[in-house]
Ligand binder design. Structure first.
Ligand code: ACM
Length: 542
């Protein structure tokens, strides 16, 4: 029972247990009926019990075993779970709190509560008597998934939303566009997906690799797919933050619409969707044509995604083409700008104003700080903590996602057998000891740290199995960092967390997650390191 992940604030065990029987009912107040639907659906599948629903008021009697309701006075994501002689009561300050309490309830029922059909119809399902009081440390508990480098079909995205909810994560940062693929249908610019969603071949392994897979790779989400993903996430109290990466990481868009590129320095009609990895020199031209085009893209993005924050990328934009482009240089002169960095700032500032005028907020990777940042913009601090510290000190909100700590594409073991072992070695323990709030910040500045996010870049993750392998078990440690009130990194009890992981691996097994086993890769996951980077190499340059 005390093997919950993420660890709750307080847990008091009682003596007995609440047994579920074919007569047991699940009752929920109207505002949390959605949570009851999710919990009831999952538990009916796993247990085979009918768990009939009620509104929590009409029926009485001892057949009511599970109750869900709001409790004024608790924070919106805060919950209280009491299992005693009266059954199990989950109360939350808001529906999200009730949902997180329901996730705890599922963990209390045991690993088989995560299966989609009963494996033993005769087993006894019981919730131990316990009181759990719990609330998250951070409001932004994020996971970024790059579906541009390798496309993850919609079913896989929905599955990741379920996995996030099971770990009480609540922001899905959806990296939808990059040099290697454009993954969201935009009705007014159909070539973005007709041309931009497929590449002819793919580099196998990492940058030093001499190998290619000579087979087209691609796919995209229709607007209905996106609506479904957003609605599915909303049911799980997860916000989907879309990312349209500009002005770098845009070759797929330029391949579809060559006029978006710097046509006076490169023949953009000869460009195709990029088939290798790294930082790409072919960036957007800072022209009115480009601005109007992306305003059109964002108009459709805003219709699809209700998220307050919209991510515009802003990372890794080489300025070489702008230096050589007469058009870009004329723009710098006309605007009275100092240099190409200031031109990028102007470009980002344009979309900041555009989004702000529509009631949204811009968020971008920490490069958007270079050359000055518009007031309301927020920053994803990925190149270590420095960008986040600078941003918080300047009064900008920050999501901490330093690549040194929480880039889960990075290898998790120094041994030779990690599949495509890129980046720094970051073990389960390293992630457990990650602290999102740097000690340099004053309490006032630290209030700008909205939370934290783990990032999954998929250059070397060609399918769901590889994504699972990189994400897990480390995402479980990350979830605890994001949710639980852990002490300072050096004082964290990793041994105790690791003991709780024994139960969590059984949950992940039931969920069908192809995690990295604690004792090393499974044979099918081995992909000897010749295609990757040396273990102690310089920081990776995806
Ligand atoms: C990034 O990793 N380029 C944000």
């Amino acid at each position: 029972m005390s093997d919950l992940i993420p660890a709750p604030r307080a847990l008091t065990p009682g003596g007995g247990e609440v047994r579920l029987t074919p007569d047991s009912r699940l009752h929920a107040e109207a505002p949390v009926e959605g949570v009851a639907r999710l919990l009831g659906g999952a538990l009916r599948q796993a247990t085979g019990l009918p768990l009939r629903e009620g509104d929590g008021t009409a029926a009485t009697g001892d057949d009511i075993r599970l109750r869900l309701r709001l409790r004024p006075g608790l924070g919106p994501e805060e919950y209280r779970l009491v299992s005693d002689g009266d059954g199990v009561l989950v109360e939350g300050g808001g529906p999200a709190g009730v949902l997180w309490g329901a996730q705890t309830l599922r963990q209390l029922l045991g690993p088989d509560a995560y299966r989609r059909a009963p494996v033993d119809r005769d087993r006894v399902w019981a919730v131990p008597h316990v009181t759990v009081e719990d609330a998250p440390r951070f409001a932004w508990r994020g996971l970024m998934l790059d579906v541009a480098r390798h496309f993850l079909p919609k079913e896989g995205v929905l599955r990741y939303l379920d996995l996030m909810a099971a770990h009480k994560l609540n922001v899905f940062h959806f990296h939808l566009t990059d040099d290697q693929g454009w993954r969201v249908e935009i009705r007014r610019h159909p070539r973005l997906t007709e041309v931009g969603s497929w590449r002819a071949r793919t580099k196998t392994g990492h940058r030093a690799s001499p190998l290619w897979e000579d087979k087209p790779h691609g796919g995209y989400y229709t607007q209905d797919d996106i609506r479904e993903i957003v609605a599915y996430a909303a049911e799980r109290h997860i916000t989907v933050v879309p990312e349209i990466d500009v002005p770098g990481h845009s070759q797929a868009a330029i391949a579809a619409y060559p006029e978006l590129g710097n046509t006076d320095v490169v023949d953009t009609t000869a460009l195709s969707v990029w088939d290798t990895w790294g930082v790409n020199p072919n960036v957007l031209a800072p022209t009115d044509t480009t601005l109007r085009f992306y305003e059109g893209v964002l108009e459709e993005v805003l219709e699809l995604f209700p998220s307050r924050f919209v991510h515009i990328g802003g990372d890794e934009c080489p300025k070489e083409q702008w230096r050589r482009s007469a058009t870009a240089q004329a723009r710098i002169r006309d605007l009275g700008l100092a240099d190409e960095d200031a031109l990028q700032s102007w470009f980002v500032g344009h979309f900041d104003a555009w989004l702000t005028a529509r009631g949204r907020r811009l968020i971008g990777w920490d490069e958007i700080l270079e050359g000055g940042l518009a007031k309301g913009a927020a920053v994803s601090s990925w190149r270590g903590y420095a960008g986040g510290i600078a941003a918080a000190r300047a009064g900008h909100d920050v999501v901490m996602c330093p690549e040194q700590q929480v880039y889960l594409d990075h290898r998790q073991d120094p041994g030779p057998e990690e599949p495509v072992p890129i980046g720094w070695v970051r073990t389960l323990e390293d992630v457990y000891r990650f602290e999102p709030v740097p000690p340099e910040l004053t309490p006032e500045e630290a209030r700008h740290v909205l939370g934290t996010q783990a990032n999954l870049w998929t250059e070397v993750m060609e399918d769901q199995g590889r994504v699972d392998y990189q994400a897990f078990p480390r995402l479980a440690a990350f979830a605890e960092v994001a949710w639980s009130d852990l002490p300072a990194p050096a004082e964290r009890d990793f041994a105790a967390f690791d003991r709780r992981m024994a139960a969590h691996y059984r949950r992940l097994d039931a969920l069908g997650v192809a995690y990295r086993p604690p004792s090393g890769p499974l044979p099918w996951q081995r992909r000897p390191g010749v295609l990757g980077r040396p273990a102690d190499g310089p920081p990776p340059n995806r």
